[in-house]
Design a binder for this molecule. Structure first.
Ligand SMILES: C[S@@+](CC[C@H](N)C(=O)[O-])C[C@H]1O[C@@H](n2cnc3c(N)ncnc32)[C@H](O)[C@@H]1O
Length: 250
């Protein structure tokens, strides 16, 4: 590969795609995609729709199978490192087949809980550093949530903490405003300070099944858990993100 575009495509709504992303897509000859686990049907459909709608030149799509991942490892960091190493190897092989410009379409924004740019660094570290990499930002699921909830993330002058369900369960709420991603088992439902926390929960943001529930955690946690369980069962997969904000008089 001579040039690489890593392009954020937004969190699920085709209209999230920016004009900059469309311009970058139209410089790409070969799109490399990872075949992503459970929600792959809908991801692939969105990607195909974006390409069909916006590409004004010929292009190819090369699919790389996503290597299986241990979801219940004893050491989380080494399991992820091992998974990244296997993904980087596959990506490196795909890049070797492209002698012009490649592109990777990344869900949301490439800077937020996405490994694509780490994989690119690994490939460079393995000596394949002769290509230029341009990153195009995308609308994150966090921006999509805040917009749909019509709220600001932070309380005045305070920081915003972005974390995962796993870390929320381990650390509890440590900041006045906390955004939680990648939560597979509703860590918000077990927080000791539920009476003092407000939640804005959004699933499938920007997609036809978009669902939003907001309120005091103590009041709405049960409804969110039940809704999440039903939606996940109906579709076979779910993507959800939420904001927790302290309600201590601010
Ligand atoms: C691997 S991370 C990717 C984040 C992405 N790079 C971004 O900028 O939003 C996947 C997590 O993002 C969140 N997410 C992504 N798209 C979403 C959507 N449309 N609705 C709700 N949550 C979403 C969920 O927390 C999901 O577990």
């Amino acid at each position: 590969v001579r040039r690489l575009f890593v392009i954020g495509i937004g969190a699920g709504d085709p209209d999230h795609l920016t004009l900059q992303a469309v311009k970058a897509m139209n410089q790409v000859d070969v799109f490399v995609t990872f075949d992503k686990g459970e929600q792959k049907g809908e991801l692939a459909d969105l990607r195909a729709h974006l390409l069909a709608t916006h590409m004004t030149k010929p292009y190819r799509v090369v699919e790389v199978p996503d290597p299986p991942r241990d979801r219940t490892p004893r050491r989380y960091d080494t399991a992820v490192d091992d998974w990244h190493a296997r993904r980087a190897e596959l990506l490196e092989r795909a890049f070797a087949e492209v002698d012009t410009t490649a592109g990777i379409l990344v869900w949301g924004d490439p800077s937020l809980y996405d490994s694509t740019l780490r994989l690119v660094d690994r490939i460079r570290e393995r000596g394949h550093d002769g290509f230029e990499c341009t990153v195009v930002p995308g609308i994150t699921s966090v921006s999509a949530l805040a917009a749909r909830a019509a709220t600001v993330l932070h309380t005045i002058g305070d920081p915003v903490h972005i974390t995962t369900g796993r870390r929320l369960r381990a650390d509890g709420v440590t900041h006045p405003a906390t955004v939680v991603m990648l939560d597979r088992d509703c860590a918000f439902a077990d927080l000791p300070d539920a009476a003092d926390l407000l939640i804005w929960w959004g699933a499938y943001l920007g997609m036809p099944d978009e669902t939003i529930i907001a309120g005091r955690v103590a009041d709405v946690a049960g409804r969110i858990v039940a809704t999440r369980t039903a939606l996940r069962a109906a579709k076979g997969w779910i993507m959800d993100v939420y904001l927790l904000r302290r309600d201590s008089g601010r």
